[in-house]
Write a protein that binds this ligand. Structure first.
Ligand code: HCA
Ligand code: CU
Length: 380
């Protein structure tokens, strides 16, 4: 097993902030409380909620979650503005995630502030928040399209100003694992505080990038359930858990793993989507074994074709026997499940019959069972 270069990591679950930015998402206050409670039971270390300035419901939610019995630390996501920081603290958060764009795009088309202005106003806010005993994070939106010398100047200044974490954001999903590893490794040398990674999935690298960030020294990763967020979203909680599990299952045992599926189903229902078939761990086909060579090996030892033990997540594997690729070992297993005593020649003959039928038409498990039944009643 590959050794992890880290022994612990923190999830900042942003389904109620980044996830709220997902197309068609319209969480009611009750939905948000239900999702927060589910993620608390799962064991995420942090939850990040939409800024209370966004709307009255956003503020009411933040106050309600702040008052909830919970284990996670509550964060909200604010711009570098004192009025927003004051409101956040008044709502009862444990910490704030401050973000500001440092790329030329953001400086020109968004807030229009210079680097020195960014540093000065943010340092003032951080100093005030520290006085209130509030955990602070400062991130640079669109980090990978920013001038890295500029970004590092800001990170160093914020580290000196006393932030608990600096955040790297791949806002448009252009980073790849090597670039992520390299940037976070350099940042690890440049600051003393913790490092957070937030990555979008536009080019399909969000989980891989988050993993590389952790290996390079990041301490916190932003996730959402099923990866929902702006456009096609960010690092998925389940995807990250799967990635880390394959390195060392102990690293994710701090979470209540069998709850993952329930939480994904809940969020999928609330935002009106299906859980995609190829979702790691919980996707409908994640533990579906089909080809004869595979099923034969899996029936003897599941790890031969499984990187993850589905039982750890309360999920059952599926050995598919109703198709032309079926092997006689899988047919024997099915016969045993049905309590039918057939010898090897009978099982091999039944397998040939199943393959022939499957070549004629799409067959089901009932067809397989019928072939086996016939083999029992008409031996030879
Ligand atoms: C956005 C902001 C953000 C912020 C990430 C962060 C991004 O919604 O545009 O605070 O680190 O992707 O840059 O989600
Ligand atoms: Cu984002």
């Amino acid at each position: 097993m590959q050794a992890a270069t880290f022994s612990n990591f923190n999830v900042i679950e942003s389904t109620l902030r980044e996830g709220e930015q997902f197309e068609g998402c319209h969480f009611s206050l009750d939905d948000k409380l239900e999702i927060a409670a589910a993620l608390d039971a799962f064991g995420v270390e942090y939850m990040e909620l939409t800024t209370p300035l966004a709307s009255p419901q956003s503020e009411a939610t933040l106050r309600a979650v702040a008052g909830m019995k919970r284990r996670f630390r509550l964060l909200t996501h604010i711009r570098a503005r004192m009025d927003e920081a004051r409101l956040a603290v008044d709502c009862g958060v444990d910490g704030v995630d401050i973000y500001i764009g440092t790329s030329a795009y953001m400086r020109q088309f968004s807030h229009g502030r210079s680097l020195q202005e960014i540093i000065d106003s943010s340092s003032e806010i951080v100093a005030w928040l520290k006085d209130q005993d509030i955990e602070t994070r400062f991130s640079t939106e669109d980090t990978f399209r920013s001038n890295l010398a500029d970004v590092f100047t800001v990170y160093r200044a914020m580290d000196l100003a006393g932030v608990d974490r600096v955040g790297v954001a791949d806002t448009v999903g252009i980073a790849d694992p090597l670039r992520t590893h390299s940037l976070i490794s350099s940042l690890r040398q440049a600051v003393h505080c913790d490092i957070e990674f937030h990555g979008h999935d536009d080019s399909g690298c969000a989980v891989a990038n988050a993993w590389c960030a952790l290996q390079a020294g990041a301490t916190h990763v932003d996730t959402t359930v099923l990866g929902i967020g702006e456009r096609n979203g960010i690092t998925a909680l389940g995807g990250l858990v799967a990635r880390i599990y394959t390195v060392d299952p102990q690293l994710v045992r701090k979470y209540d793993l069998p709850l993952l599926r329930e939480i994904e189903d809940l969020v999928a229902r609330r935002v009106g989507i299906d859980v995609p078939f190829n979702t790691p761990i919980t996707g409908r086909t994640a533990f579906h074994h089909k080809a004869g060579v595979h099923t034969n090996a899996v029936l003897q030892n599941p790890t031969s074709y499984e990187a993850i033990d589905p039982e750890d997540f309360g999920i059952a594997r599926n050995i598919d026997v109703a198709h032309r690729l079926v092997g006689w070992n899988a047919v024997r297993d099915r016969a045993a499940t049905l309590g039918m005593a057939l010898d090897e020649p009978e099982l091999r003959a039944a397998t040939r019959r199943i393959k022939a039928l499957a070549d004629e038409r799409r067959i089901t498990l009932a067809d397989v069972d019928q072939v086996l039944q016939d083999a029992v009643t008409e031996p030879g």
